[in-house]
Design a protein around this ligand. Structure first.
Ligand code: CS2
Length: 435
């Protein structure tokens, strides 16, 4: 079968220039920021083509380069598949082997926006991708050409986080802004099944395709000193306060996502939709959302927490996504603070013990021990894996838990009780008893 390329796919967008550097060429970027940006160029114009930088792995970069930087996004919803070929990328670079080329781009005044999807664990000055960003900014200081650095990672106040990191290393840099954003679209890692679907619907071989859910959302703090694409025309919400959106996404959507990942993996569910179908799981998730999470949130104006919660579970139920529980379970030590521990801390401060949130925490602790309920080994893919496995009492780990957790007797008692339940009855028996 012929390969997707500019020769085989007519009509793909050809940007007029490169205005954006994107760091982190994963599945998420290709189905989220790239799509918003292509739509923004089509609707609002501008030389906003994207130079995409793969930090370490060439697994996506090489196929993309072989395909003239074209790839397809397959929007999947039950049985329906809608393909779309994207042409918004103008360059593809490999940070580990081409650092100078990336630095030159970061210093180029024509580039006015940098977007990042580098995952939670890269927000430290010694992460290679951050070192590269910092050296690019040092070079840029010569012209002081305005630029916005846009974190698209699932961290609270992601813009402020990035600002603190950058200014601690470079001092204040007035030519740089750090808008916070909330990004949302479920985009699982591609598998052989995704490549096969692409062949079917495109009639072409696409080794860089991604499948994603229909839902897509981007809420952006509007602070772009060098201008920006017309993302608003592409459906993004430009605002001066991202915080309420971020709380919703981190605690409600991602809290429930991680809950399904750990409880599901322990019970042997390979994917998120299958985890949600386990007996008693949906009811447990509904109560987790309603009784533990919702009271800690102040939603954006006009948005109903109940409807948001329902829509989250509907999205997770999409059987076409086949999002692996083990993929979502990855890097728990980096994810749980913003997804779960804030909810627990807020409920404790209000005087209650969040029963379901504590069950999820107990499930993560059991997951860390490395075996599913039926004894099948479970991988621990986490930057703190060694420490997690070596620590007898995980609550004492201050790299993960805020102060106070370990001394909270009521919380410990609830957690111990769940751990005993899980030991005796597994996830399925525990959920059964909750019904
Ligand atoms: C997932 C997220 O892998 C994970 O941790 O929870 O990638 C999630 O699918 C996206 O943030 C949804 O927008």
């Amino acid at each position: 079968m012929e390969r997707l390329s500019r020769a085989t796919a007519s009509g793909a967008l050809t940007p007029t220039g490169t205005g954006i550097v994107h760091l982190g060429l994963g599945a998420f970027h290709r189905a989220h920021q790239a799509v918003f940006t292509e739509d923004a160029i089509v609707k609002g114009g501008g030389d906003w083509g994207i130079a995409a930088v793969a930090p370490r792995s060439r697994a996506v970069l090489d196929p993309l380069l072989e395909q003239d930087l074209l790839y397809s996004v397959l929007t999947v919803d039950g049985e329906r598949v809608s393909p779309r070929v994207l042409g918004v990328h103008t360059q593809g670079l490999h940070a580990a082997s081409q650092p100078e080329a990336v630095e030159r781009l970061l210093a180029d005044p024509a580039v006015r926006v940098v977007t990042l999807t580098v995952t939670e664990k890269a927000y430290r000055a010694d992460a290679p991708v951050m070192r590269l960003l910092l050296s690019g900014l040092r070079a840029r200081a010569a012209t002081q050409a305005p630029i916005a650095l846009v974190s698209c990672d699932n961290l609270p106040s992601n813009g402020r986080r990035l600002r603190e990191l950058v200014t601690a290393e470079l001092g204040t840099a007035d030519f740089v802004s750090f808008p916070s954003t909330m990004v949302d679209r479920i985009v699982p890692a591609s598998t052989d099944a995704t490549y096969a679907t692409a062949r079917n619907v495109l009639g072409l071989e696409d080794r860089a395709t991604v499948a994603a859910e229909p839902f897509s959302q981007w809420v952006i703090e509007d602070d772009f000193p060098g201008g920006r694409p017309a993302w608003d025309l592409a459906g993004a919400i430009l605002t001066d306060d991202v915080a309420p959106w971020e709380g919703l996404k981190l605690r409600m959507l991602l809290g429930a996502h991680s809950a399904l990942a750990y409880l599901g993996a322990l019970a042997g569910a390979p994917t998120i939709d299958r985890a949600l179908e386990l007996p008693g799981m949906r009811a447990a998730m509904e109560r987790f959302i309603r009784t533990d999470i919702a009271p800690t949130l102040s939603p954006p104006e006009g948005l109903s927490l109940q409807r948001y919660g329902e829509s989250v579970l509907e999205r997770f139920a999409n059987p076409a996504l086949r999002h692996r529980t083990l993929q979502v379970a990855m890097d728990g030590s980096q994810k749980l603070p913003q997804r779960l521990l804030g909810t627990i801390a807020d409920r404790r401060a209000a005087g209650s013990v969040p029963v379901y949130a504590t069950l999820v925490l107990a499930a993560w602790m059991r997951f860390v021990r490395g075996a599913a309920d039926d004894g099948t080994p479970l991988p621990l893919d986490d930057p703190l894996a060694d420490r997690l496995r070596a620590t007898p009492s995980l609550l004492e780990l201050d790299a993960v838990f805020p102060p106070g957790f370990a001394d909270d007797a009521e919380l410990r008692a609830q957690l111990d009780s769940w751990s005993r339940e899980l030991d005796r009855h597994g996830v399925l028996g525990t959920l059964e008893a909750l019904r």
